[in-house]
Design a protein around this ligand. Structure first.
Ligand code: MTE
Length: 333
């Protein structure tokens, strides 16, 4: 999605997916750049850390006391995909998370990032605005597992089992006003923990996104807190992210701190950065090419297999009339 994909934040000569979390030099450097508050948070969670397997640490699955109780969650059989799951090694090591890396290697730089404790504000045009503590939220909404197709605007795709709950449930809880036409999301802003926010001044941090309220209320729209039956790894957007499976992946912000109901059409991070390339609706559409590449096919992660792109990523039926109302003018870009 960037102009200069060869640009990286760190000298990676000594890093590899297998060794990144043990890379002491890298760790010390990151720690030195982090604040005292970060170190304090890490120490507080020490006892839980002991329970994590080496494999989980390698995947950057955060320490969190509730994890064993919450994951794996019950599978919702209504959301299945007739396509093999993408191996999690790939899903956990091939990421777009510009707060940490421009070249898909966010897993190498997330060590200083502390997703627990965490708060999310649900605010704006609603009767019951609330600042949620993540633990309270995780207990308030029953978690379920759904397997969704995931399609990046860059034309790669994967099939992943998310754990979470419908975004609709969270929005209903805050009692939206009739005037609320849009839902705006804001990701975290912690330059001391996210090297990209410190070093890459080309973007206007924090990451922000938005959709029409009808889209946010569609039953497919999901608040994901887990992946592959565990808490979300840091590079996958811990402790919570938004997933719209019929839209290109960039419409789903990771590690969010705010959800705002508004009557103003929200600006979005990528649209503000490159408006001709990344639209507001961004619904998956094989017949609407990106200005620099075709969207008619997609590359499945790991196998490299090329398959036909499906309109709305194959979710047309589940959109319950959205395509006949909101999208009626063919507004898929
Ligand atoms: N959210 C934040 N905060 N920062 C990002 O850089 N990248 C987006 C989206 N959400 C991004 C983000 C893009 S471009 C994609 S394709 C997906 O996250 C990637 O999710 P994944 O890394 O879990 O595959």
């Amino acid at each position: 999605m960037i102009n200069n994909p060869s640009r990286k934040y760190w000298n990676e000569a000594s890093a590899s997916p297998e060794t990144h979390y043990l890379n002491r030099r890298h760790f010390i450097r990151q720690l030195a750049a982090s604040s005292g508050a970060v170190m304090g948070a890490g120490l507080g969670a020490g006892s839980v850390a002991a329970a994590l397997s080496d494999r989980e640490k390698m995947y950057n699955i955060p320490e969190h006391a509730l994890s064993d109780k919450l994951y794996p969650a019950k599978i919702n059989p209504a959301y299945k995909v007739k396509r093999a799951l993408t191996p999690k090694d790939e899903v956990f090591t091939y990421n777009n998370f510009y707060e940490f890396s421009l070249d898909k290697k966010a897993h190498r730089y997330v060590e200083p990032f502390q997703p627990f404790p965490w708060q999310i504000e649900v605010t704006g045009l609603c009767g019951k605005p609330k600042k949620w503590d993540i633990d309270e939220m995780l207990k308030a909404f029953p978690l379920e597992e759904r397997t969704y197709r995931f399609r990046c605007v860059e034309a790669w795709a994967m099939t992943v089992p998310w754990t979470g709950f419908p975004l609709k449930s969270l929005i209903e809880k805050c009692e939206p006003d009739a005037k609320a036409k849009y839902v705006r999301f804001v990701s975290f802003h912690r330059p001391e923990q996210a090297v990209g926010q410190r070093e890459n001044k080309d973007y206007s941090w924090p990451y922000y996104e938005g959709v029409n309220i009808e889209e946010a209320m569609n039953p497919l729209a999901f608040v994901a807190t887990g992946l592959y039956g565990k808490q979300l790894p840091k590079q996958s957007g811990a402790p919570l992210r938004i997933v719209f499976p019929w839209k290109y992946g960039y419409k789903g912000p990771k590690s969010i701190v705010k959800i705002e109901l508004t009557d103003q059409k929200p600006h979005t991070f990528w649209n503000d950065a490159m408006s001709k390339e990344y639209g507001y609706f961004s619904n998956v559409n094989p017949s609407k090419p990106h200005p620099r590449w075709s969207q008619s096919t997609e590359r499945l992660l790991v196998t490299g297999q090329r398959v036909a792109t499906r309109l709305y990523n194959g979710y047309e039926q589940e959109l319950e009339g959205l395509h006949k109302t909101l999208y009626k003018n063919g507004e898929v870009f």
